[in-house]
Structures are given as C-alpha cells and as structure tokens.
Design a binder for this molecule. Sequence first.
Ligand code: ADP
Ligand code: ZN
Length: 752
Amino acid sequence: MLYAQVVLPLAQPAYTFSVEEVLDVRVGDAVVVQFGNSRFYTGIVWSISDQRPDYPRIKPILRRLYSVPLLTPPIQQLWEWIADYYMCSLGEVMRMALPSLAKPSATTLADLDEKSITPPVETYIALCSDLRSEEALAEYVAKHSRRAPRRTDTMDRIAALAVERSADDGFVPRRLVDADYRHIADLRSKGLIECVVRERERTLRDAAQEFLLPTLSEAQDVALESVRSAHSDGRVALLHGVTGSGKTEIYVHLIADVLASGRDVLMLVPEIVVTSQLVERLERIFEGRTTTYHSHLTPTRRGQTYLRLAAASGGELVVGVRSAMFLPLNNLGLVIVDEEHDPSYKQSDVQPRYNARDCAVVMARIFGAGVVLGSATPSLESYTKALAGRYAYVELKERWGEGELPEVVVSDTLRAVKRGERRSHFNLDLLHYVADSLEAKEQVMLFQNRRGYAPYIQCRTCGYTPRCPHCNVTLTQHKSSATMQCHYCGFSVERPKVCPVCNIQDFATMGFGTEKVEEEIQRLYPDARVARLDGDTASSERAFRQIVTRFEEGATDILVGTQIITKGFDFGGVTTVGILNADNLLSAPDFRASERAFQLMMQVAGRAGRRNNRGRVVVQTSQPTHPVIRQVSAGDYHAMALAELREREQFGYPPYSRLVRLLLRCSDYELLHAASHYMAQLLRKKFAHRVIGPASAAVGMLRGEHRSEILLKIEAGASMSLARKMLREVMESMTSEKRFKSVVLNVDVDAL
Ligand code: ADP
Ligand code: ZN
C-alpha cells in the first residue's frame, strides 16, 4: 500500500491518505477524498511514500481527476515558496491557483466530478462535397458570380482558407470567413455549404514558424542586446523606457527567441481589458500560440486553459493578469512583467497576499528562465536593486520615431481662483488647450482619480456628512442613479433631501468625481462628444471595449476617466491631457504617496502626443512648487527616485525595510482592542522597536467589522525567514488564547 500526502483547499497542513494501486495516482494529481464525516474535497497529491504513518485510521483516496497531473515539481516548489513567504497554507495557494478545476468541497462525491470541463468548441464551415474540387467550384463561380457576387465571394474565401490552412476535410473556422450569420444561413439553406460544431483546433504550428517582427530602432536594438546579455548572465533585466519608447517591440523580439526554442513565455500585465491593444498586437504576431487569461473569463474557460497548458509541450505564450502566474507553463523560458510598478500585481484581500512581480522573479529562478521587468516609472524596490547591481538596468530615454514627450504645463489652481480664471473645476489654462485641440479635431483626455459625482455631501448648517453604516467612510454621490454609494462594500441609499440631524435642506457637494467632470465639460463644450471611462461605465469588458473603440475611431472628442485611462493605451489623436486635481494624489496618507503620484501623472502624461504632433499635459494643482510636480514637469524619474529614497532611508520604509501588516478584525470593538494590544505586546518582546501600533486601520470599520492594524518593519538585510519564524510563534500564542477566538488575524507580507 502507498500513502499520499494530500493538500486540501483549507488553511491547514497536508493530510495523509492511502492509495489503491488501481488508481494510478501520481504526484501533482488532483484527487477526491473524504475529510470529516460528510464532506468531500478535491486535493492535490503532494508526495507519495510507502511508509505507513502511525495514525490509527487512514482514509483512502476515492478517485483521481483529470488525465494529466495539475502540478509539476517546479510548480510545487513555487507554491511552497509562496506559502512560506506570504505565511499561508498550501491549501490557500491551491484555492487561488486552481479556481475552477478543483471545486474545493461538496457534500456528495458526484459534485466533484471533472465532467464540467470540456474543450472549447466553435462552428466550422465547408463547401458542400460536390463543390469541393477546384474545377467544380470554378464552374459554379463562373456561372453565378454576375448575379450573386457576394455568395461566390464567400465560397471562394472558404475554399481559399481551406487551402491556406491545409484543412483536408475542407472545414475552416466560421469566424475567419468574415460573413454575417444571415448570409451563412442562406448559403446553408441552399445546400451550398455545411456547418459543424466541433472542438476548436489550435493552429498548427511548426517549429520553424517565422514570426513577423518589427524592425527595431538603433536605441531599441541596443536595449534588446542588453536584456539578452543580462539573461545569459542569469540576471533580471529592469527595462526602464519612457512611454512610447517601444518596450513592447523589445518584448516581442524576446518572446520570439524563446518560443522558437520551444519554451514558454509568461507575460504579466496589470489589467487585461485595458491592454486589449497590446494583446491584439501579440496575437497578430504569435497567432495560435497566444492565450489570454483574466478575470472576465468564465470558470469553464479558465479550467480549459489550465488543462490545455498542463498537457502542452512548450512554445506557449500566456498574456494575463497576476493570477496567470499560476498557470502550468512547464517549460518556462521567459517572464515579462509589464508596468512592473503597478499596485495591482499585489493581492491584498485574501491569502496568499502575493505580489505577482516578486513571485515571477522567484518562479523564473526555479525554471532557469529570463525575467524582464518593464516600466516607464519603475518601482523604487526594483530601481534600488538595479542601482545595487543585482538587476541589469536597461534604459530607453526617447520615444520611438518622431514621437516627442509631451510638454507639461503646471497650472496653479489657487492663483486661477484669485484671478477669476477658473470655470467650475477647470483652470482657463486647461480650457484654452482643450479648445485648441477640439478646434484642430484632436482629442482630449481628462483624468480625475475618483469616480462618481461628488466624493461626499455635507450639510452646510451642521456639517453632517452621510457615511456608510458598515464601513467608516463617507458615501459617494452618484448622480446618474440619484443614490449615495459606499465604494468599499457597495452599500447604497437614496440621497437624503434634508439633513437628518438638523432637518434643514441645505447639502453642499464636496469635491468632484468623474461623473461631475463629464457633466461640466459637456456644459462648457456642448458640441463636443464626451464619454466617460471608469469603474461605473466600464463594468463589463464589452462596455469597456465599446467606449475605447469609439475613442480610438475618433467618434469621441473628450474622454473623462479614472486610473483606468492611464494604463497602456496607445491613441494617436490625443494632444491635450488634463490632470484635474493633483493635490489629492500628493496628499494621500501613505508613505508611497509621492512615488505613486509621480507614476500616475507620468502615466497619464504618456497618453498625449503619441504620434507626430507633440502633446501637452496640464496639471492643475494648488502646490505648483511641490517637488513631485517639478519632477513631473521635468520628466525626471531619477530626481524623484533619489529624493524619495533619501526620505525612505531616513524613516526606514521600503525598500530599506520590509513591511508586514497584521490586520485584526472583530465585530466586538472592546475585544479587538484587547487582542491587538496583547498581540503588540507579544511582538515587542521579540521585535522591539520594529513594532508600530496597534492603530485603527485606514478604514477602521468595514462591512460592520472593526479593524485594527499592527505594522512590523523588518530592516533590509535582517533575516526575513527568522522574522517569519518569530511571527509564527506569536501567532500561535494568539491562537491559544481562547478569549480572542472571534478575532480574525490577516497577515500581509510586503504590504503595499
Ligand atoms: P511603450 O510600451 O514603451 O509605451 P509601445 O511599445 O506601445 O511603447 O510603442 C509606442 C508606439 O510606437 C506604438 O504605436 C508602436 O507601434 C510604435 N513603435 C515603437 N517601436 C517601433 C518599431 N521599432 N517599429 C514600428 N513601430 C514602433
Ligand atoms: Zn460600506
């Protein structure tokens, strides 16, 4: 009899089960086991041995799922690293990594079947059998092309595709035929074509496939060679290239190298819908090898993708968001992390609270793969590693071709108000440029980092502000729905007419969000076509694409938006970009505020003047002399980095330390208070001055739970594994305190 250590999707260690030989269970296989009295779980076989552990009763593995193991040893190694580093169980990593393949648990065995995963299908079309020969078709076309040219065109196209794709049976994917459904249905009813639904075939690929690669500029060529030589030395390359410098073109060459050698490429991007332009470019070049992976996919699709990759033999390109790093690329040769500074690489809400950029570096080391971290504004973490020589630093200082970086105009809001040069939320400086752009039939983007109409409303008489009853935050007014919403929990109420405290009807709207910007700019330019892109209007991928496509086609003149518009877009027609309120970026209560403000503003600025005509960026601020504003207008990343690093060093913030955030949650405030003080005390015994807090978390109450926070600052150079060990001991003593049973503790290593 054999015994398997099985990882279950729980916050618990692996358990041992016995293995019947007939099941043919291998390490990495998904299996179904019974655990507890009445529940069945999907688990992953972590290891197998012939030693019977000395438990009295060992339950058997009930069945094996899927014909391929879901994990290979290098990926097991990665999971182990993640569990150890981010302080969670392998089961929690499993829950994250296999979202749809391994339904965690069920009360009946049948519910855990694998049958829900079927390969993707699509419609294929062929000419009817008596028209499949070249002569027969030619004869038919000659006879009908005068009277029914559209019909014969389509039939020609089908025949041509069949030849092009060497489809022996004549069937080609319907989506390539480029004809609407009515037309196809018509041909079918006339008996001219046949349709079948069948498994989508992956494009045939031969090893010698030639990719159509862009020709690089001299500067790009130099950068590409530097990245290659970093990789041959086994070093991570930090590619620091200004917006529009053509980092993508460099990636494309690196990807082609690796795919041609039969290995896989993982390319991480912050958000997939936002990068649709990039994905399309890659799909065009690497047709048939590109797989995209993001949160809009259905669970079935994700499962299909996982299984297909687990069985694939190499030469795959995956482009995806952070969770794509859990896909089973078993021949990994290259990892690219685009916009590596982007905070969305860090998962903060559930365990594992991993940073995909950092995991990617570890994963590449396990596989012996190359890494490129690309950004126009690298994170200070990566930048210091480059300064210290641990990463190879590759810089692209200029835009590709004729493109010039935009001019930055700093517009003083206070002065504008004093001089009467402000209309609603816009300084005249900005409005002049907007008018210029509109007149020249060019486009405008306006950035405001809050969605909704107004961040909050306030009673002018007593100062009352409606707040979320479940979260300690103000409610945001949404005009289009006449409601006030909590942006943390989604709670929504009708906007009050009178103040519930003083019964007077005198609310003032404070601040402004994208919805209000849209309304006001439309009022100022009634003829302009204005659209808005934010979490409200782009709630689905489809809605998002619609807005973007219209802007791309020039059907929209002014696009108002949040962060979403800052990422990766490549629109040719934008000449004016407005940052409506830089102050709330600069004054965010976060030690990373300056870095983030700089990154965001540079990213927004990067949308302007990407082709030919030079663009300008108007930054509205009441602090025109703020160092970050100066660094943005000079486009001086290095100045920002050096100033910031000096300050971080002085206060011992990352990258000079690592932060571990301990979040304690409980609906009972007194108990939470007691628990967090008790824990802080235990921590101080071990970590001394490295413990900060406890303090109320930034959002002190969320969904009805009180939250308090303790911060650990472990200086760079100290042993993180020792720190984790000591922290685990404290966590164990907390668990053993029965009185704190209802207090939940979350650990966030390298918290942002
Ligand atoms: P980045 O990602 O660095 O902001 P992109 O890779 O998006 O820059 O390039 C900016 C623009 O310049 C794109 O429209 C791209 O097609 C064009 N471009 C850059 N390099 C080349 C090249 N070598 N050949 C053709 N077009 C290029
Ligand atoms: Zn709320």
